[in-house]
Design a protein around this ligand. Structure first.
Ligand SMILES: [Zn+2]
Length: 186
């Protein structure tokens, strides 16, 4: 069933979808446990550029989940940058939809997901708990959704964006202070 504690922003919802794929015909029976673990603070996340590392506690056991997030496409980066060039840029649901409607959905793509636990299932409960915790964090601060895709790195000029994509747009973008990306949607 829907759990509105996670993914109440479109930015956060992307991470809920990793746990609750629309392609699944039945909910994963591990989901309630995963949600509870995220809610109870059993997931400790650290970020290193586009790598998410999480120490997940379950019972007496501890597992380490490592997720590599693909860089945001140059097109999506440029589209968001263009729309954020106002005086007080806001990472709202409306902005997300506008960027998606322009043909460059900013949803994250995971390059790899790994857990140290011995579970033989395609997805373990630790990984699911991390998706929920990421959704919770991003709901609180949508900048994380961009940061973990290398948005600020790319926009600072050190990124993978092809030069021809947005040479002119980078100029405007570089004048933006990431600290000015407000988080409140209302
Ligand atoms: Zn695991």
């Amino acid at each position: 069933m829907a759990d509105h504690d996670y993914g109440y922003t479109t930015w956060g919802k992307d991470w809920v979808r990793f746990a609750e794929s629309l392609r699944q015909t039945r909910p994963d029976p591990q989901l309630p446990s995963a949600r509870r673990m995220a809610r109870d603070g059993k997931v400790q996340i650290t970020f290193d550029d586009r790598t998410v590392r999480a120490v997940v506690q379950r019972g007496r056991g501890t597992s380490v989940v490592t997720i590599e997030v693909a860089p945001m496409s140059a097109e999506a980066t440029a589209e968001i940058s263009r729309r954020l060039s106002g005086i007080q840029p806001l990472l709202t649901d409306d902005l997300y939809r506008a960027v998606a409607d322009a043909g460059h959905p900013p949803a994250p793509v995971l390059d790899s997901v790994d857990c140290s636990c011995p579970a033989g299932t395609p997805r373990c409960v630790h990984e699911l708990a991390v998706y929920y915790d990421m959704a919770r964090r991003i709901d609180d601060d949508p900048r994380i959704a961009l940061d973990v895709q290398g948005f600020f790195h790319a926009s600072a000029g050190g990124g993978q964006a092809p030069a021809e994509a947005t040479a002119q747009r980078w100029i405007a973008l570089n004048s933006l202070d990431p600290a000015a990306y407000f988080t409140a949607a209302e």
